[in-house]
Design a protein around this ligand. Structure first.
Ligand code: NDP
Ligand code: HEM
Length: 487
């Protein structure tokens, strides 16, 4: 095979890529050595900001195939019986930086971009069905406790448990995080959840509430803390090796896609707020319905271009899928595209990995790195116009979203039961799982001031007295103020 000639980025052939241009054999380099300057300057610009959360990630392409029939709930074309849609997935840890080890106890991101024939639909979920906070005003505070302490530059268990113990809405997610499922061996061996409540809208314009679930076909596999420490000692890239390796050898991971569907007016009747992200909908009330299969079957060719630059956003929905009043979802609808404009630039959606597989017709103009052409008609750069430019289409109008109430800052810590659902999860674990959960919690709380430990343990008591007692014993806590309110 004859090798191509090396060129500059402007395409000019390069005659010498070993020696800088110098004044004399020993002499200083000349400013004229454009090739050297280009290499150094380009290297200085190889890094972009890492994601402020979920910086470490792994991804692959695949397909969603619909095998069930949910056409009575949604008119989304990608969810109709028999539809197959190309997609990309990116999985991630939340707190660690770009170079963090993979086998760490942390929530895993489970972000999916479906390139549908009606535009991109992104489902930006986690491997857990709930979250640590229910009001977006608390998200930056929560994330600060997961990142490094401003003075020590170390992770701070005191900050984490101080915040969590003052935020009992986090109990459900904490219970999952410190259970076996909080440290998956690989992303192939965990579930994914859309977590929020979304809307489905059918062809008749009726709205239903929906939750999305992706159940691993590979089965659940987890590490204990000790096993994970051994894995990290061996390799910091265990998940990348596993996912990339499995797909490379044709062992394609799959997930069964399911939805839980709630009639619109049921939202007034459930004992819990169905738009509260710290709650699940019990399966007995809203049984999971099989929808289809998600398969990952192609590795990216260029990690940076396709996985680092992939940009997911809960704002990317398609006809037949809508939002819900969930406060957290509302904030995320804003936050992601804003993050992408900062991290990737104005035209991030025109990058190949983010570009929809259907033509886009909009009137956005100019901006840094505008590299794509005009709408076909160059006179149609405003709307309305008389030159046949793209127009709105009433056929895609959503039914109105029913909303009531006075604008106020409602105290979300009043009237929301933070204890029953985490208690239910604790009670469904077997004795071994319970013991490991409580061991993991006690290990994570080592060195945290006793008053914070006590405050947290009393929350566990309220979920289930055995839960509180177990953690208290492991921490050596006893005496006044312990579990009083609960027992
Ligand atoms: P069910 O008995 O019908 O469902 C229990 C669920 O718990 C199953 O989906 C199972 O997932 C999941 N599960 C088992 N172990 C763990 C773990 N260590 N961490 C997280 N999830 C686990 O009961 P309910 O629907 O009434 O839910 C009871 C509790 O189960 C909830 O309070 C919630 O904590 C948890 N759960 C519920 C989900 C839901 O959508 N209803 C979803 C996930 C968890 P799998 O089927 O994959 O084995
Ligand atoms: C990433 C904000 C809650 C899942 C991000 C990013 C931001 C963000 C700014 C980085 C985006 C980027 O630079 O590409 C928020 C805010 C939240 C919130 C403001 C709450 C108010 C959640 C919840 C989930 C979630 C509840 C899951 C249910 C993810 C995932 C990623 C991510 C999976 C990584 C996406 C990827 O792989 O590129 N979040 N987040 N986040 N978030 Fe959130």
């Amino acid at each position: 095979m004859s090798e191509p000639t090396l060129t500059t980025s402007a395409g000019a052939p390069v005659a010498d890529n070993q020696n800088s241009l110098t004044a004399g054999e020993r002499g200083p380099v000349l400013l004229q050595d454009w090739q050297l300057i280009e290499k150094l300057a380009h290297q200085n610009r190889e890094r972009i900001p890492e994601r402020v959360v979920h910086a470490k990630g792994w991804g692959a392409y695949g397909t969603l195939t619909i095998t069930g029939d949910i056409s009575k709930y949604t008119r989304a074309k990608a969810l109709q019986p028999g539809a197959t849609t190309p997609m990309i997935a990116r999985f991630s840890t939340v707190a660690g930086e770009l170079g963090a080890a993979d086998a760490e106890r942390d929530v895993r991101g489970f972000a999916l971009k479906f390139y549908t024939e009606e535009g991109n639909w992104d489902l930006v979920g986690n491997n857990t069905p709930v979250f640590f906070v229910r009001d977006p005003l608390k998200f930056p505070d929560f994330i600060h406790t997961q990142k490094r302490h401003p003075k020590t530059n170390l992770r701070s268990p005191t900050a984490m448990w101080d915040f969590w113990s003052l935020s009992p809405e986090s109990l459900h997610q904490i219970t999952i995080l410190f259970s076996d499922r909080g440290l998956p061996q690989t992303v192939r061996h965990m579930n994914g959840y859309g977590s929020h409540t979304y809307s489905f809208i059918n062809a008749a314009g009726e709205r239903f509430w929906v939750k999305f679930h992706f159940k691993t076909v590979q089965g659940h596999k987890h590490w204990t803390n000790n096993e994970a420490a051994e894995v990290v000692g061996r390799t910091r890239e265990s998940t990348q090796e596993d996912l990339f390796g499995a797909i490379e050898k044709g062992d394609f991971p799959k997930w069964k896609m399911q939805v839980q569907v709630m009639p619109e007016l049921d939202a007034e009747k459930t004992a819990y707020n169905p738009f509260d992200l710290t709650k699940v909908w019990p399966h007995a009330d809203y049984p999971p319905i099989d929808v289809g299969v998600l398969e990952l079957n192609r590795n990216p060719e260029n990690y940076f271009a396709e996985i680092e630059q992939v940009a997911f956003s809960p704002s990317n929905i398609v006809p037949g899928i809508g939002f819900s009043p969930d406060k957290m979802l509302q904030a995320r609808i804003f936050s992601y595209a804003d993050a992408h404009r900062y991290r990737l630039g104005t035209h991030y959606e025109a990058l190949p990995v983010n570009a929809p597989k259907v033509p886009v017709h909009h009137y956005h103009k100019d901006g840094a790195m505008r590299f794509f052409p005009n709408n076909p008609n160059p006179n149609a750069f405003y709307e309305p116009n008389s030159f046949g430019g793209p127009k709105q289409n009433e056929a895609f109008r959503e039914p109105p979203l029913k909303i009531s109430g006075d604008a106020d800052r409602y105290n979300h810590r009043i009237g929301n039961d933070d204890y029953t659902q985490p208690g239910n999860l604790f009670r469904l674990l077997d004795d071994g799982q319970k013991a490991r959960l409580m061991d993991n919690l006690a290990a994570a709380m080592q060195g945290v001031p006793a008053e914070i430990q006590l405050r947290q343990v009393n929350h566990f008591y309220k979920c289930d007295p055995a839960y509180g007692r177990g953690v208290a014993e492991r921490l050596g806590l006893s005496g006044e103020g312990l579990g009083v309110a609960a027992e």
